[in-house]
Each structure stands twice: as structure tokens, then as C-alpha cells.
Design a protein around this ligand. Structure first.
Ligand SMILES: O=P(O)(O)OC[C@H]1O[C@H](OP(=O)(O)OP(=O)(O)O)[C@H](O)[C@@H]1O
Ligand SMILES: Nc1ncnc2[nH]cnc12
Length: 192
């Protein structure tokens, strides 16, 4: 009985988040370059009910973590809110050139170009900590695989990856599962 009640709570939060995503997500054709169908989730986070609903559902996916890593840029908004919800800390995984040295960085490709992500090489205790990584969208998986690589280099144990939307037709999930060697759970709130 207790288990059923808990599971229903999780499902209710997921349903609420999905309703908000359905109501507010925007498809932008040909952005940032021709041929890309860009899923803009910023209106979901700006809606009165959206940030709260999405945060609560993602927090369920990250419940076992000791630290949240939020990816530049919309992952910052989500990561801070989830960490606050869970009562744990958050670290920003930043685009290259933004953090003071020393940093650890990884170059990567995504659907429309290439970029670099960095985390601080000192000042944050990563070693042995269970980290959940959050972002808005999973497409090719380039961004999240680079983040897993970075967090591995600093000795963190990534337990979960949680995104609002996983885009179909991309190899992101398979790449992440391979990079995590079966130890990383990949969660989405919806597929797009
Ligand atoms: O799975 P992938 O193919 O790697 O794509 C997913 C990434 O792409 C988007 O960010 P983007 O790099 O456009 O950065 P932004 O936050 O600066 O807009 C999105 O927010 C993810 O971080
Ligand atoms: N189609 C897309 N929409 C939003 N974010 C993305 N990141 C990579 N591809 C994307």
C-alpha cells in the first residue's frame, strides 16, 4: 500500500510536468541553422506552473544524488531548482572560457556545431560523490557525454542523467548508456 501511494505520487508529478510541457514548449523551425527543429523549453520554465512541475518530476529522478550538476545554460535553471528542492548542492558545468582556472575541459560536437564544457579542477569536492546531471534536452548526447567525461575525470560517480525532453531519432541515450557503462540511469520527462 505504501509503495503504491509513493509510486502514484511520482506518476502524478510526471503527469503534471508533461501537461505543462505540452502546453508551453515551442517548436522553432530552422534554428539555429536550416534543417534543425529546435525545441524551445524556456516558455515551460517561464510559465507560473512550469518550473515547479518540471522541478518536482526531475527531482524524483535525481533523488539518490548528493550533488546536482546543471549544464550551461538551461540546465543551470533546472539544476538550481532541483538542488534546492532536494536540499543538496549544485555545480554549474559551463561553456568554455567562463570559469577561473584551474579547470578541466572537454570539447564535443552536438546537433548544430561544436563546443567545450568545463568544470572547476579545485574548490569543489567531487571525488566519490554521487552526482546527478540535468539538462533541458538530450539529442545527440554530445553535451551529456562530455559532461560524464568531465565528472569521471574529477572522480565523481554519476548515478543519474535527467532531462526534460529526449529527442527521438538521435543516438543520445545509447551513447550515454555506453559512456556510463551501465551504471548511469537516463531519465526523461517526455520525448519530442
Ligand atoms: O544532445 P546534444 O546534441 O548534445 O544537444 C543537447 C544540448 O543542446 C542544447 O544546448 P546548446 O548547446 O544549444 O546550448 P545553449 O544552452 O547555450 O543554448 C541543449 O540545451 C543541450 O545542452
Ligand atoms: N533540436 C534541438 N532542440 C533543442 N535543443 C537541442 N539541442 C540539440 N538539438 C536540439
Amino acid at each position: 500500500m505504501t509503495v503504491e501511494v509513493a509510486a502514484n505520487g511520482v506518476q502524478d508529478r510526471l503527469d503534471r510536468a508533461r501537461r505543462s510541457i505540452d502546453a508551453h514548449a515551442r517548436l522553432v523551425p530552422d534554428f539555429p541553422e536550416p534543417g534543425v527543429a529546435f525545441k524551445d523549453l524556456t516558455p515551460v520554465l517561464a510559465a507560473p506552473d512550469g518550473l515547479r512541475a518540471v522541478t518536482a518530476a526531475l527531482a524524483d529522478a535525481c533523488a539518490g544524488a548528493e550533488l546536482i550538476a546543471g549544464i550551461d545554460a538551461r540546465g543551470f535553471l533546472l539544476g538550481g531548482a532541483i538542488a534546492h528542492h532536494l536540499g543538496i548542492g549544485v555545480v554549474a558545468v559551463r561553456k568554455g572560457g567562463k570559469l577561473p582556472p584551474p579547470v578541466i575541459g572537454v570539447d564535443y560536437d552536438l546537433e548544430y556545431g561544436s563546443a567545450r564544457l568545463e568544470v572547476p579542477a579545485c574548490g569543489i569536492e567531487f571525488a566519490g560523490r554521487r552526482v546527478a546531471v540535468v539538462d533541458d534536452v538530450l539529442a545527440t548526447g554530445g553535451t551529456l557525454c562530455a559532461t560524464l567525461d568531465l565528472l569521471k575525470q574529477v572522480g565523481a560517480k554519476v548515478s543519474d542523467v535527467a532531462v526534460v525532453m529526449e529527442l527521438s531519432g538521435f543516438p543520445g541515450r545509447a551513447r550515454l548508456e555506453a559512456a556510463g557503462a551501465g551504471q548511469v540511469h537516463v531519465h526523461n520527462l517526455c520525448e519530442g
